[in-house]
Design a protein around this ligand. Structure first.
Ligand SMILES: CCCCCCCCCCCCCCCC(=O)CC(=O)SCCNC(=O)CCNC(=O)[C@H](O)C(C)(C)COP(=O)(O)OP(=O)(O)OC[C@H]1O[C@@H](n2cnc3c(N)ncnc32)[C@H](O)[C@@H]1OP(=O)(O)O
Ligand SMILES: NC(=O)C1=CN([C@@H]2O[C@H](COP(=O)(O)OP(=O)(O)OC[C@H]3O[C@@H](n4cnc5c(N)ncnc54)[C@H](OP(=O)(O)O)[C@@H]3O)[C@@H](O)[C@H]2O)C=CC1
Length: 312
């Protein structure tokens, strides 16, 4: 009986410490959310950083919305994606709506031999903002060995999601460092914060983007460079295939408007208030429970997809 008392005291302090730690974390997150989204803050970007912004995958979804928001801030915009027709259409829209100059570069980030062409096209431009947005995912969640055309998928996903971020940073960062200013926004994913089984390669590439961003920020912040890792949950775009926006699934326009408010304030962000709340909850779960839940979620999406595919 007597020996149980010290153990009870110990457990009391462990419990109290845990509650205090969680309360502090939640309060800090709420305070930061209020500071960023409640108090408001200038865009943190503009032509004073360098008159041009470069957006990879800038003709649709999140990339297109970044291109528009940056043009709204008065920046000239370079769009890079595969289809010249889409590039022409989106750059015309941006020129007419925001009265800024635009440039387009048609390139497929699945290939490794595009960077000389991109380098030549960017020569002489003062680039203030780089948005490493281009990314591809799975058609549906799948076990690693069952992924259709696995070898090709591995190569393509690594080239588009990882190599593009490294190579574009290599092309643009030296100019930023020389001028002692610049912002790089790297679009990772909530599935890069925590592993998401059945989207294994995608999730791992996004983890790379998150680590890369944090490291480059730390290396170059003293040179006037701000690097941000953006970690969205679902956004209604062609990639997510979610057509109807909802409370937790914003349109790309709403998402990017919100994420832009965090530039200069947060080096890692879920970008959107509800997504930040989801991120905070997910990060507080024990990792074994999180993995069970995400595997369960992935399996149910996979089953639904395969059932639908069998019917058609
Ligand atoms: C709050 C804390 C709770 C803790 C619990 C933890 C659980 C673990 C959660 C882990 C979170 C990790 C989140 C990962 C986020 C993420 O990956 C972000 C990205 O990077 S998205 C891009 C990469 N991801 C993918 O590619 C995922 C693979 N994609 C898919 O699996 C599918 O595209 C899809 C499931 C999103 C859609 O599937 P499908 O095409 O088969 O469509 P459907 O099933 O027929 O959909 C019917 C209907 O419903 C809409 N819909 C589907 N999912 C959602 C959703 N999550 N929210 C809102 N609406 C959804 C879909 O649009 C269809 O509607 P229609 O109008 O009929 O088109
Ligand atoms: N949507 C979501 O729910 C989430 C998305 N993300 C991330 O956000 C980023 C943007 O996603 P999202 O807006 O949904 O994507 P979309 O599919 O809506 O848009 C993709 C853009 O990239 C271009 N693109 C695609 N493949 C290539 C390629 N191989 N080479 C060059 N350009 C290419 C497309 O143009 P074109 O086809 O003409 O080449 C298009 O402009 C990605 O990195 C994604 O991982 C992260 C979390 C959630």
């Amino acid at each position: 009986m007597e020996s149980a008392l010290p153990a009870a005291g110990f457990l009391y302090w462990v419990g109290a410490g845990t509650v205090a730690y969680l309360a502090l974390r939640i309060s800090y997150s709420l305070f930061m959310a209020f500071r960023v989204w409640g108090l408001g803050h200038g865009p943190g970007v503009g032509p004073e950083l360098g008159e041009w912004a470069v957006v990879t995958g800038g003709t649709d979804g999140i990339g297109k919305s970044y291109a528009e928001e940056l043009a709204k801030c008065g920046m000239k915009v370079v769009l890079i994606s595969r289809s010249q027709d889409k590039l022409n259409e989106v750059s015309r829209e941006i020129r007419e709506k925001f009265k800024v100059e635009t440039k387009t570069i048609a390139a497929d980030f699945a290939s490794e031999d595009i960077y000389d062409k991109i380098k030549t096209s960017l020569e002489g431009l003062k680039i203030g903002v780089l948005v490493n947005n281009v990314g591809i995912s799975y058609e549906y969640p799948e076990y690693f060995l069952e992924i259709p055309d696995l070898d090709n998928t591995i190569k393509k996903m690594l080239n588009v999601n990882i190599l593009s971020v490294c190579k574009m940073t290599h092309l643009v960062l030296p100019g930023m460092v020389e001028r002692s200013k610049g912002v790089i926004l790297n679009i990772s994913s909530a599935s890069g914060m925590n592993p998401f089984p059945l989207l294994t390669i995608y999730s791992a590439t996004k983890g790379f983007v998150d680590f890369f961003s944090q490291c480059i920020h730390e290396e170059y912040k003293s040179k006037g460079i701000f690097v941000q890792s953006v970690l969205p949950f679902f956004v209604a775009t062609k990639m997510s295939k979610i057509r109807k926006p909802s409370l937790t699934v914003p349109t790309s326009e709403a998402y990017v408007k919100s994420a832009m408010k965090t530039v200069g304030l947060k080096t890692r962000t879920n970008g959107y208030p509800i997504h930040s709340l989801m991120g905070t909850i997910v990060c507080m779960l024990p990792s074994s429970l999180y993995l069970k839940l995400s595997m369960y979620r992935g399996k149910s999406i996979r089953a639904r997809y395969l059932k639908k595919a069998k019917k058609n």
